[in-house]
Design a protein around this ligand. Structure first.
Ligand code: GAP
Length: 509
């Protein structure tokens, strides 16, 4: 599988994120804890901006999707019904000498350079035997076996089997458990979606690659419900027909071909993507990333092979990103049929069917697509695509989309004498945008500091500002500077941040 040319590694990114106040290893003063991270001042802003934009794009700007915010711990029966309590796991192998444990599929993928995700314990064991796969330390491995990833806790004052509960391993199940409540209180008609974002917890065997695989992370998920007999009626496909997708179908993988770019129209007409709903959601999700400044060439969509599919799923595609260590899942978009609603109906004995007014029948809706995205993986994508070691400037520049940038504008008095005016401007702007006031160091050093945090605009107050009532705005990406009247500053920044105005057009005004 093609790996990116040597560039910024994930370890370099972790070092940068720590140094600049984006992300720290959790509880580092006590030696840290594998798979847990704390977002620092700029990371927390960036992460919140990602989540806010996702919510606006997927929930608030649509009529067909509503959002919920469910609890992290729920009745354990939710996880028994969903199958997580019994079957949600990965297959592990143990180094028979050091007793270190590894995910069997990852170890095989790294050693044999093949795709092993989704293979059974028996198949993984066969591959280990046939290819004499050893642990990273060169020792023999145990037989592969299942390991459940659910974190458990106890609820209430008595710690017993009866008080045992689970931390949610995905946000999705809360959507299914609340399906009837949401339907009855939100006046939705099929087809419709329910979205949720929030924390999820998995006791990963081997958390690795910084934020890519952690034990505590966040998800942004949608369950999209349709009438069970209307799998081909997607009213939105026209909106995305011209979108170009970099497709890696099951057939291409089997024939060991490379991924291929084509429009949604071509992929549907040639039957490469069979479901119009899948095509719609893949293109929509890609569009969300591209609109926020991610680089198109770093994305592809890969179809799951038959042996990767859950037994109830007829098709699943991943939106993959070309991370420094190769193409990896960023988002899964699965067809889950009516499996989850049926399971909750069976276990709770509550009716999950709804009355479809159009067909005048009672139906159990099908989940035709479950776009399920990790916030922390998205954070990495935006950071990698924004990161630029600008040799000419002599500093790192984060070309983050203004919507995502943690700080929107920095206010810099050229010398200390100008602090009064600069503070006045800062006090006014900070009412509306997250701004930063910086008076220390040379102006060049202060610009570099803001470049490294991805601040799109620096506002410099100089001696002319006192007489002419204007300031300079410096554009992060071009380093060009333009003078703007102080009374027009707020409006100008507002327009620049919302892309209503381009910096280069500002000059000509
Ligand atoms: N409800 C479906 C579901 O949870 P998943 O493929 O297990 O599917 C969805 O997870 C997304 O959640 C992944 O594509 C990834 O972005 C994110 N994710 C899953 N496990 C993760 C982990 N250990 N660390 C960080 N992100 C993770």
């Amino acid at each position: 599988m093609a790996e990116k040319e040597a560039g910024l590694s994930i370890d370099d990114m972790a070092v940068f994120c720590k140094k600049k106040g984006f992300v720290y290893p959790s509880s580092e003063i006590y030696g840290g804890m594998a798979g847990f991270f704390d977002y620092g001042p700029y990371g927390a802003e960036l992460k919140n901006n990602i989540k806010q934009d996702w919510w606006k794009f997927h929930v608030q700007s649509r009529e067909d999707i509503v959002g919920i915010d469910g609890s992290i711990i729920s009745n354990p029966k939710v996880w028994i019904a969903s199958g997580h309590a019994a079957h949600f796991g990965d297959i592990l192998v143990e180094d028979l000498k050091t007793h270190e444990r590894f995910r069997a599929d990852t170890l095989i993928e790294e050693t044999l350079k093949i795709q092993a995700d989704g293979l059974s314990a028996a198949d993984l064991g066969k591959l280990i035997k046939e290819n004499n796969v050893k642990s990273p330390k060169g020792n023999a491995l145990s037989e592969p076996r299942q390991f459940n990833l659910m974190f458990t806790t106890n609820v209430g004052p008595i710690q017993s089997e009866e008080s045992k509960a689970y931390l949610r391993a995905e946000t999705a199940q809360i959507i299914f458990a609340e399906f009837k409540n949401v339907y009855e209180t939100s006046r939705l008609k099929l087809p419709f979606g329910i979205a949720q974002m929030g924390k999820a917890f998995r006791n990963e065997i081997a958390p690795r690659n910084f934020l890519f695989r952690c034990r505590e992370f966040e998800q942004m998920e949608i369950e999209y419900f349709i009438h069970p007999k209307k799998h081909n009626d997607c009213p939105y496909t026209e909106e995305v027909m011209v979108e170009i997708l970099n497709i890696y179908s099951e057939e291409m993988q089997e024939k060991q071909q490379k991924e291929k770019e084509m429009t949604v129209k071509e992929a549907l007409s040639k039957g490469i993507i069979k479901s119009p709903w899948h095509a719609y959601w893949l293109a929509t999700e890609l569009r969300w990333f591209i609109n926020l400044g991610a680089k198109r060439e770093n994305f592809r969509i890969r179809q799951h092979k038959k042996d990767e599919l859950a037994h109830y799923s007829s098709d699943c595609w991943d939106l993959e990103y070309n991370f420094p260590w190769g193409w990896k899942e960023l988002q899964g978009i699965a067809d889950r049929s009516d499996y989850d609603l049926q399971q909750h109906m069976k276990h709770s004995k509550k009716d999950m069917s709804i009355f479809d007014e159009e067909s005048k029948e009672k139906v159990i809706p099908n989940v035709v697509a479950e776009p399920s995205l990790g916030v922390d993986r998205s954070f990495l994508v935006f950071m990698f695509d924004a990161y630029d070691d600008d040799k000419k400037r002599g500093n790192i520049v984060l070309h983050l989309h203004p919507k995502l940038a943690p700080i929107k504008a920095a206010i810099l008095p050229l010398v200390n004498k100008l602090e009064g005016k600069a503070k006045e401007i800062y006090d006014s702007l900070k009412q509306e945008f997250f701004c930063f006031y910086d008076r220390s160091g040379s102006i060049g050093r202060r610009y570099a500091r803001q470049d490294e945090l991805g601040t799109p605009f620096c506002i410099t107050v100089d001696f002319d500002s006192l007489d002419k009532h204007d300031v300079t705005i410096r554009d992060r990406d071009s380093t060009e500077q333009v003078r703007v009247k102080i009374k027009e500053l707020k409006e100008t920044i507002r327009k620049l941040l919302s892309s209503e105005l381009n910096f280069k057009d500002l000059k000509r005004e």
